[in-house]
Design a protein around this ligand. Structure first.
Ligand code: F6P
Length: 320
């Protein structure tokens, strides 16, 4: 029997547990022995590599986070630890590895692959949705659901109290979460790192709207912009003359039960990843574009800079 392993690296996402479940079940279906690597690349170094079966994934499909833990490994950046990681994989006769993670994790596995020849498949998994070459990363739908639920709740109090609310969302250096949640929650303003917004324009617009009866404002800002949420809040108080409050959503965006879409996408990403490895693709990232899956080389993924979808930017032109 051939052996195959999976690990989760970087920020966890809701969708990783359904992915683990399908990984175990689909590997067995394909005649492979599945292994879990605990705590990302750290587990490779520490030999936290365990053979698993159906019972290890029962009851996890509806749970956020990841049963096998995740980490951002500093040691894996050093060659001497990557050598130990390879020795540990060899001890278990594992030559195929699935990596669920974001761009940092993919850069790590690219180096490891080049040094050791280990075959891997990358499954884009980050709420930031900032991986080149794929329209969708696992976990994004659940994170957006949580953000929109929070924005709906904030709207209730903002409208009752006639206040402005500045809501900061995650995304690292990418404005995707802010842009999509602002659009789909009806926010008045959205600030993202990809575009320097003209606040003078909004000052005129918002004051005009206020004079014409607008009672509250919601601004969604990405954590990666140069101004702080407090600065934007003060801008509302000083320039628009409205009381303002700040809400930083923080890590609640990373949790919660995986949405139906993320459960389904987890299954589909894992199927493509295992099929790809069995067909001999040994350095691919599984990408999803226009409803179809395709495999792209890790070289392309790590060397190309992510761009926000121009259609979303166009749709949001009045709020950015
Ligand atoms: O990459 C996912 C992410 O949640 C980013 O949106 C955020 O900037 C970062 O991770 C937070 O990292 P940590 O959990 O280490 O604080």
């Amino acid at each position: 029997m051939k052996n195959i392993a999976i690990l989760c690296s970087g920020g966890d996402v809701s969708g990783m547990n359904p992915a683990l479940k399908h990984f175990v079940e689909y590997s067995i279906e394909k005649g492979l022995q599945p292994y879990f690597v605990y705590n990302g690349f750290e587990g490779l170094i520490d030999n936290k590599i365990v053979a698993v079966s159906y019972c290890d994934v029962s009851g996890i499909i509806n749970r956020g986070g990841t049963k096998i833990g995740s980490a951002r490994s500093q040691r894996f950046l050093q060659e001497k630890y990557r050598k130990i990681a390879k020795e540990n994989l060899d001890k278990h006769n594992i030559d195929k590895l699935l990596v669920l993670g974001g761009d940092g994790s993919f850069r790590g596995i690219e180096v490891f692959h080049k040094e050791t020849g280990i075959s891997f498949a990358g499954v884009p998994s980050t709420i930031d949705n900032d991986i080149t070459g794929t329209d969708y990363c696992l976990g994004v739908d659940t994170a957006l659901g949580i953000i929109n639920c929070s924005l709906d709740a904030i709207r209730d109090t903002a409208s009752s109290f006639s206040r402005a609310f500045v809501v900061e969302v995650m995304g690292n250096h990418c404005g995707y979460l802010a842009l999509v949640s602002a659009l789909t929650s009806g926010a008045e303003l959205c600030l993202i790192p990809e575009k320097v917004s003209d606040l003078k324009k909004f000052e005129k617009k918002f004051n005009h709207e206020k004079e014409n009866g607008r009672k509250y404002f919601i601004a969604v800002i990405a954590e990666g912009i140069s101004q702080s949420a407090d600065e934007i809040s003060q801008w509302f108080e000083k320039n628009i003359g409205i009381e303002s409050r700040v809400t930083i959503l923080g890590h609640i965006q990373r949790g919660g039960n995986p949405s139906t879409r993320d459960r389904l996408m987890a299954y589909r990403f894992i199927t493509e990843a295992i099929d790809g490895l069995l067909l001999g693709n040994n350095d691919a990232v599984i990408c999803y574009n226009d409803g179809n899956f395709n495999l792209k080389s890790i070289d392309y993924i790590t060397k190309t800079t992510y761009q926000l979808d121009a259609n979303f930017l166009k749709l949001a032109k009045n709020i950015i």
